[in-house]
Design a protein around this ligand. Structure first.
Ligand SMILES: [Zn+2]
Length: 389
């Protein structure tokens, strides 16, 4: 999911600041609707019928999904889904802040020990204050003391978050240094979404790979908006990662650049503190040459984390499966979301449907990772990073 999943709302002034942030990029609205307000349309079924047409091997790996969005009220549903799918633990990236939502999220997670790991969210609305960097850093410290295990930063940073006098706050803004320093000191990985996907900058026409998704969500397009280029934002992110070698970064959605794995490989070679997750980017990865992608996963087998971008609200609202169409996903689409993901990692099948059809009208090919690499990507890397069993 996308922008400001969980920013709390304080004073009227804060509300105005936040409103302008949201207005600048419509994505935030969608994210808020899906997660905070929980307005999933009814009709999505979670229960998986037998997979059709998959040749995924029978062996099941324990999975830690480092990229999930959920709410306290949805937890029973989430736990049932995890049981069905062999998911040992999830990271909830919509944890909120000590000012709003975090305590409820932590209380829910505490009822399922080891199952739900909560990341706090950057307190975006603090941008309304002059000393926003130190305020946000202090809230990260408070969140850690209460039980948050990492920090999530949505792409509102870089695209829309602005100071009280209207200056865009870049990803590498020095005022924010204390936030990243605090996360490093406290051993909290920083899951950061910047810019991605590139297609949201492009005109919405037949040559746009995300045409269908952008037609369903016109507000997600930033074509001709007054924002930096995709490359400029990635540049800011790199400066940020380079500046904090003692802070672990999880650059979400395949390093925020699933379109260009060679670029992501360069970053991973340069910055040992950088990890990436796979959330909602199997469609994009599946377009690349499978032998090159296999080589990528083998080279960086200790730095890639399984993530899905699954959104789980209270039943009967539909699941968010890495994206969302105009209508609720069918049971078959829910099944394909999980099945096609495994099929990509575990088989060398060719020409099959990817997990999120709205994210591109093409077929993908699997990369048949060796079992020891699969175990690391599905489980061991995240277990090590999050100090789980
Ligand atoms: Zn997400």
């Amino acid at each position: 999911m996308s922008l400001a999943e969980d920013a709390p709302i304080g004073s009227a002034r804060r509300r105005r600041v936040r409103a302008s942030v949201l207005a600048a990029i419509g994505l935030a609205v969608a994210a808020l609707v899906v997660v905070a307000v929980g307005l999933f349309a009814p009709g999505g079924g979670d229960v998986a019928p037998a997979a059709a047409g998959s040749s995924a091997p029978a062996r099941r790996f324990e999975i830690i999904d480092v990229h999930v969005h959920t709410t306290p009220r949805a937890q029973p549903r989430l736990l049932e889904l995890m049981r069905q799918r062999g998911i040992q633990s999830v990271v909830n990236l919509s944890g909120g802040t000590p000012l709003s939502g975090l305590d409820e999220q932590l209380a829910a997670a505490a009822r399922a020990p080891g199952k739900v790991i909560v990341f706090t969210t950057l307190a975006y609305e603090e941008a309304a204050f002059e000393d926003y960097g130190s305020r946000m850093a202090e809230l990260v410290r408070v969140a850690h003391a209460r039980g948050a295990r990492g920090l999530k930063i949505a792409k509102v940073l870089g695209l829309a978050m602005a100071t009280r006098d209207g200056r865009r706050i870049p990803v590498d803004d020095p005022e924010l240094d204390p936030v990243f320093a605090a996360a490093g000191e406290l051993g909290m990985p920083v899951a950061i979404h910047t810019g991605d996907p590139e297609a949201f900058w492009l005109p919405v026409n037949d040559s746009n790979p995300r045409k269908e998704e952008l037609e369903a969500h016109p507000a997600w397009s930033i074509y001709r908006r007054r924002v930096p280029s995709f490359e400029a934002l990635l540049g800011e992110l790199e400066v940020r990662i380079a500046r904090h070698p003692k802070t672990t970064f999880i650059s979400v959605h395949f390093g925020n650049a699933a379109e260009k794995p060679d670029y992501v490989a360069g970053l991973l070679r340069r910055y040992p503190n950088l990890y990436i997750d796979t959330a909602a980017r199997i469609p994009e990865l599946g377009r690349h040459d499978p032998s090159a992608m296999r080589a990528f996963f083998i080279e960086f087998q200790d730095r890639i984390l399984y993530g899905s971008d699954l959104g789980v609200g209270p039943a009967p609202t539909p699941l968010f499966l890495g994206s969302q169409g105009r209508t609720a996903p069918t049971a078959a689409e829910v099944e394909r979301f999980f099945d096609a993901t495994r099929r990509y990692f575990e088989t060398d099948d060719k020409n099959f449907d990817h997990p999120t059809p709205i994210q591109g009208n093409w077929k993908i090919a699997g990369i048949a990772l060796p079992p020891d690499v699969l175990a690391k990507v599905y489980h061991h890397n995240a277990a090590r990073l999050l100090a789980l069993e």
